[in-house]
Design a binder for this molecule. Structure first.
Ligand SMILES: Cc1ncc(COP(=O)(O)O)c(C=O)c1O
Length: 457
């Protein structure tokens, strides 16, 4: 039997499939006559990817048809807001293809791209990339340990090690592969890894791949970390993030480090969203909290604040030597394109030489926090350039997102499994490049739409 959601839609009942499609969910009633929202949510929106993860039967393709049936309903109802094609650089105003209407929406205020310092499209960066293309062409055509390493890769490694004040750096094709390769490169079956419960998927995947015993401690809670480390004899690694990517808050590092010391655990920090923007010299949250030298492994990406692509791990030379031999996600993958490396090098130089970019970023963050806070928008505990706008309605977040999109704001809805169920939100990124006008106009649109849905007063 194949799931047919259209049949069950009018009944509002449960749907089940032999192939393991959606199970019964209670329908959320949002279309009562007095409800000012009065927008019916298609029943299919009560389901998500998890309903299509396990299925009965022997055919690996058994879930494809039920998934397609579901997706063909939810895509036009809101899921189409993912993977919308940009027609411009990820600047503060972007032109975005509206795949529902076939139009290109021009000049949307962009709160979706990382690019926290506005570096990805700077003329100096583009020029450095052009020069590298002239010399090296497109790709690097090899694994970094074979033929893929160029003089530019070596220079970037040295530049970054000097900037971070570490003995050495290892480059990876992405931040994702940096986490996977570092964690699984170091930890083995029988060891223990304890990560914050909000750790990014790339950390979780590294933990799974390492085959070490995996545990999670309650978000930012040193007392729970203490419990999770207790009673284990053997190698222990604790993993935290600098800025949590969906909440925008930062960890209490000194407290967590103290617990690690007590248990003889090593600590790794993923500064994907905090390197190059936090701290007096831009090293990250560890520098900002005065514990830079007490962290054993520093990891990050080039895809956020530097507006490029790729990941890195920084630390003692011996750690880097070891990981060079055991990080399979680097070893068995093509090296970063030399053109990308040239762009990152220039972006790093600009981030270092223009501290005023960070000042501008934090001014913008404070301004947006005030605009949204004064309007009563629920923005969680963020203390960074990542500001969550809490909607907590997994079904209607897409309707709200679509209205924001049509009224002039490009911002991404985030729902399960990227965040917990009923923790749906918009993830807003603030950039140093936003002008006051961008921030004020954008906040006005967001607040106007949220009011219609009763998300803010
Ligand atoms: C905390 C964290 N680590 C790692 C990554 C992966 O980085 P990349 O997108 O550069 O692969 C992300 C991506 O969003 C992230 O938020």
């Amino acid at each position: 039997m194949v799931t047919d959601m259209s049949e069950s839609k009018s009944e509002g009942g449960s749907v089940s499939t032999e192939a393991g499609g959606p199970r019964a969910h209670r329908r959320v009633d949002v279309d009562g006559p007095e409800d000012p929202i009065r927008t019916a949510v298609p029943e299919a929106m009560q389901y998500d990817y998890t309903n299509f993860y396990f299925g009965a039967g022997d055919d690996p393709f058994a879930l494809l048809q039920p998934f397609d049936d579901w997706y063909s309903q939810v895509e036009p109802a809101g899921y189409y807001l993912y993977e919308l094609p940009l027609h411009t650089a990820p600047g503060t105003r972007v032109d975005v293809g509206d795949t529902k209407t076939g139009e290109v929406r021009k000049g949307l205020i962009n709160f979706a791209s990382y690019n926290y310092l506005g570096l990805s499209y700077r003329d100096e960066v583009k020029e450095a990339i052009r020069e590298a293309v002239e010399i090296y062409g497109g790709g690097s055509s090899g694994s970094p340990i074979l033929s893929g390493t160029t003089a530019l890769h070596k220079q970037l490694g040295r530049d970054l090690a000097a900037f971070k004040g570490k003995e050495a750096v290892l480059l990876f094709p992405t931040g994702y592969s940096a986490n996977v390769g570092t964690i699984a490169g170091l930890m083995r079956s029988g060891d223990l890894i304890v990560a914050d419960q909000f750790a990014h998927a790339s950390i979780v995947d590294g933990m799974i791949l390492s085959k070490a015993k995996s545990r999670f401690f309650r978000h930012n809670r040193a007392d729970d970390l203490d419990r999770k480390l207790s009673g284990f004899n053997g190698k222990k690694l604790v993993i935290v993030e600098g800025v949590y990517s969906m909440d925008g808050d930062v960890p209490p590092l000194a407290e967590l480090i103290e617990v690690c010391r007590k248990h003889g655990a090593r600590i790794m920090i993923d500064e994907a969203h905090s390197a190059f923007v936090f701290g007096e010299t831009g090293k990250g949250v560890a520098e900002d909290q005065g514990v830079e030298d007490e962290i054993d492994i520093h990891l990050g990406t080039f895809s956020k604040s530097l507006g490029g692509q790729g990941g890195y791990v920084a630390g003692p030379q011996q750690l880097i030597n070891y990981l060079r031999g055991f990080s399979r996600s680097r070893f068995f993958s093509c090296a970063l394109s030399p053109a990308v490396v040239a762009g990152i090098r220039k972006a790093l130089e600009l981030a270092k030489d223009e501290p005023e970019l960070r000042t501008q970023l934090w001014d913008n963050v404070a301004h947006m926090q005030k605009l949204l806070g004064d309007a009563g928008v629920p923005i969680g505990e963020s203390t960074s350039q990542v500001i969550p706008i809490m909607v907590r309605d997994d079904a209607r977040i897409f309707m709200i997102g679509e209205e924001m999109f049509r009224e002039g704001v490009f911002i991404n809805p985030v729902r399960y499994p990227a965040v917990g169920k009923h923790k749906s939100r918009f993830r807003m990124s603030i950039s140093a490049a936003h002008t006051r006008e961008d921030l004020e106009e954008g906040a006005e649109i967001i607040v106007r739409v949220l009011r219609r849905y009763g998300i803010c007063p």
